[in-house]
Design a protein around this ligand. Structure first.
Ligand code: BTN
Length: 267
């Protein structure tokens, strides 16, 4: 069944998130749709949902798989004029936190966060988030793209070992409308905290779900000519949403998901 806008609206308790909703049958990428929309001065918190995406965008230039009528593929327009650039990366962690809390309240399962913002259940990926910053018409905004495997029964061969869905872990179908309104409700609450600079509270909650802390990673620093492979252990998340990596000499490196190329995370 197609997503029903009225059912989403019925569950909404927000002031502005999702107060305008557009549902498309098919598009390339909902993130691109939102960018186009921002150029037409759409209202803050406008949501675009697609039943089908033909060119879903993932992190680090990857593509994103979604299944027609089963997944959630949606993007929110959030104006960010008053948000300092250095704290913008924490907004994407805040989205991960909101989505994991929403999924937990609907499914009663436990969801973990893998830095920066993959959502895992039983060690498998169930949701990906792609936040992109843009400037248009002299306004700064963020496109918050969220892809969730909801009622998917199966996955293509290359994703079978790493992806799962709420249907697979919960053993039943879930209402996509209920999940969407729950995400919007949670995200608006967390967004207000973010706006009031209560970042520490968000990061603390994020850390309590983050399974990346204590894991070893291999990375190459971006923006320098140094292409050496570095290794270390993720010891913490900073107040700006970076991972703090300690190497064997005890030296610390702060890695931001947009500034540093993370070659691999060893689990
Ligand atoms: C990831 O690689 O984990 C991020 C995936 C983000 C996918 C969502 S689906 C809705 C929105 N539109 C896109 O093209 N991408 C995001």
């Amino acid at each position: 069944m197609n997503i029903d806008r009225k059912l989403i609206q019925k569950g909404l308790k927000t002031d502005f998130m999702g107060r305008k909703i557009l549902i498309l049958d098919k598009t390339g990428s909902t993130n691109l749709e939102v960018k186009k929309m921002a150029r037409n001065k759409e209202q803050d918190g406008t949501l675009i949902i697609a039943e089908e995406q033909s060119k879903g965008k993932g992190q680090l230039g990857r593509s994103w798989f979604s299944s027609k009528g089963e997944s959630i593929s949606m993007s929110l327009l959030v104006y960010a004029d008053e948000i300092r650039n250095e704290i913008l990366p924490t907004l994407s962690l805040a989205v991960g936190l909101a989505v994991s809390e929403a999924l937990e309240s609907v499914t009663k399962k436990k969801f973990d966060l893998k830095w920066p913002n993959d959502i895992l259940v039983n060690g498998m990926k169930v949701c990906g988030i792609l936040c992109e910053k843009f400037i248009a018409l002299e306004r700064k905004f963020v496109v918050v793209g969220i892809g969730i495997n909801v009622n998917n029964r199966e996955f293509p061969e290359d994703l079978k070992n790493t992806a799962t869905s709420l249907f697979i872990v919960g053993g039943r179908l879930f209402s996509r409308e209920m999940i969407i309104s729950s995400i919007l409700n949670k995200f608006e609450q967390i967004y207000y905290k973010f706006y009031k600079n209560e970042i520490k509270n968000i990061i603390d909650k994020y850390k309590s779900r983050c399974i990346s802390i204590g894991k070893n990673i291999e990375f190459v620093k971006n923006g320098t000519n140094d292409k050496t492979k570095n290794t270390g252990t993720i010891s913490d998340i900073s107040c700006l949403g970076e991972i703090i990596v300690i190497d064997k000499n005890g030296d610390k490196t702060y890695l931001n998901s947009s500034q540093s190329i993370l070659k691999s995370v060893i689990f």
